[in-house]
Write a protein that binds this ligand. Structure first.
Ligand SMILES: C[S@@+](CC[C@H](N)C(=O)[O-])C[C@H]1O[C@@H](n2cnc3c(N)ncnc32)[C@H](O)[C@@H]1O
Length: 474
């Protein structure tokens, strides 16, 4: 038998593989996702899942019942408007569009001295300003021109209004300081002469991040709804053993705290993980005395098994505001699913809506690492200058990875849904009996390809999702 020339040729000789995708990793490693012919019946989750979702909404509502939700859309608009005016002001102060000058996006990036990893943020500014009719774009030449920047008084008014919005949304006062401080340092942020981490964690303090991810009304809603899903899972499995939870990107532990509170005295084996040692130390301080808490580094962009995590070892995998950091969400979900027991529960908190306020703040946490170019995402977001997935996109991603999605919470008719865009997304791991067996695919490739042509890891998935040319939430 002559050896196949490529991975594609080799996979063509494995009849169980109907579709595949090779996902490049960070350090030269590669992950192969393989799917069989899609089965007609994908399972419907567990019978109690819908009831658990209804209860989770009630839990979110209960902790936010004192907030005036009707004011939220207006308050969010105020934050968004200030961010938009700030982007116009930075461009104007760089004198890029004065005196009838026009520039392409690349020229604007250069003109601001922006490093390659943040170029996507500048492109988003330009597109957003065009959408909001503060800038014009000539599609024939690709050039932007005629910027409408705010005058001093208008901008000062917008900055003052920010604090009213902050108060109405129950963000702590440090949030206004953070937002304005980031706005004042945008030129430096774009040039990597300072980082958003330095502004968000001044002197290593976590108060501002806690205010954002734990204490604000939107965060309280999603954290408590997510925690309620975990508590329902604990009740379902009651007494079998301590509930095994792995939390990825646990950060300042805003969701961890809500989960531990909802679990009460339920015994847990809780793996508090993050890519950063800084947060493991913060986690030790906050939860070190809780019985059953362990801490470990986990990078969702690398294979969990090579980082010391065991397959089928977790009842629940939780990831709040972290999975959008995955370069390829399909690969990360397949890897996290592998950590779950059959029938295990994945619970995510995600922003499913782009808010302009991120343009001048949180997006700087979501750029590729220093030195990397900005074509970072290799999944359905590739080349789209966006970070977040819509609720429907998450549901499709979960399904493709072999997790039956629960309804996205809160539903579209909830007063918080349109205003905040934060959602709880959960899925129940289901068997992929009809798909290819990764071990058998690995053996087939080993017989056909030299070691350096073989993928580092193989995951079976239900379906392959290819990059698209347009995003849903741009
Ligand atoms: C927005 S914060 C999440 C907040 C956190 N869930 C909380 O409640 O405090 C994002 C977290 O994801 C972590 N993170 C970023 N990239 C990651 C990666 N590749 N793997 C694991 N964690 C990551 C960050 O260190 C940070 O703690």
């Amino acid at each position: 038998m002559t050896a196949p020339a490529s991975l594609a040729d080799a996979l063509a000789e494995v009849p169980e593989v109907a579709a595949w995708q090779l996902v490049p990793g960070n350090g030269g490693d590669t992950t192969l996702l393989v799917a069989g012919e899609p089965a007609a019946d994908r399972g419907r989750g567990r019978p109690g899942d819908l009831a658990a979702a209804v209860e989770a909404v009630a839990a979110g509502d209960a902790v936010t019942k004192s907030a005036d939700l009707s004011s939220f859309p207006g308050l969010m608009r105020l934050l968004d408007e200030t961010a938009l005016l700030t982007t116009a002001r930075v461009l104007d102060r760089a004198r890029l569009f004065r005196g009838g000058a026009s520039h392409t996006a690349a020229e604007t990036v250069d003109g601001l001295g922006c490093v390659p990893r943040h170029a996507w943020i500048v492109r988003r500014w330009l597109r957003t300003l065009v959408t909001e009719q503060r800038l014009e774009h000539d599609s024939a030449t690709g050039r932007y021109h005629s910027l409408t920047a705010p005058d001093r008084q208008t901008y000062a008014r917008a900055r003052r209004a920010l604090d009213d919005a902050r108060r109405g949304l129950d963000y702590p006062v440090s949030m206004t300081r953070f937002f304005l401080s980031a706005a004042d340092r945008l030129a430096l942020l774009l040039q990597d002469r300072t980082t958003l981490q330095e502004i968000l964690f001044p002197d290593g303090g976590t108060d501002t991040a806690e205010g954002n991810y734990r204490d604000s009304t939107p965060s309280r809603w999603v954290n408590h709804a997510a925690a309620d899903l975990v508590a329902a899972e604990a009740r379902r499995l009651a007494g079998r053993r301590p509930l095994r939870i792995l939390e990825a990107g646990a950060g300042v532990g805003a969701t961890t705290g809500a989960v531990l509170e909802a679990l009460g005295d339920t015994p847990v084996d809780y793996l508090f993980t993050d890519v950063s040692r800084f947060f493991l130390l913060a986690g030790r301080e906050a939860f070190g005395s809780h019985t059953g808490m362990r801490r470990q580094i986990l990078d969702i962009n690398a294979d969990p098994l090579t980082q010391g995590f065991a397959p089928a070892s977790q009842d629940v995998v939780l990831a709040a505001n972290v999975l959008h950091n995955a370069r390829h969400v399909g690969r990360a979900l397949a890897a996290l699913r592998e950590l779950l027991v059959p029938d295990g529960l994945l619970v995510l908190v995600e922003s499913c809506q782009e808010h302009y306020q991120a343009l001048t703040s949180m997006y700087f946490l979501m750029s590729p690492p220093p030195g990397a170019s900005d074509d970072w995402f290799t999944d359905l977001r590739a080349g789209q200058d966006r970070v977040f997935l819509s609720g429907d996109e998450w549901s499709r991603q979960l399904d493709a990875a072999g997790l039956t999605p629960l309804p996205v919470l809160p539903g579209a008719d909830h007063p918080l849904a349109a205003a905040i865009g934060q959602r709880v997304i959960a899925g129940r791991a289901r068997p992929l009996n009809d798909g290819p067996d990764p071990a058998a695919v690995g053996s087939a490739l080993a017989a056909r390809l030299p070691p350096d042509a073989r993928p580092t890891r193989i995951h079976a998935v239900h379906r392959i999702i290819r990059p698209t040319t347009t995003g849903e939430i741009c």
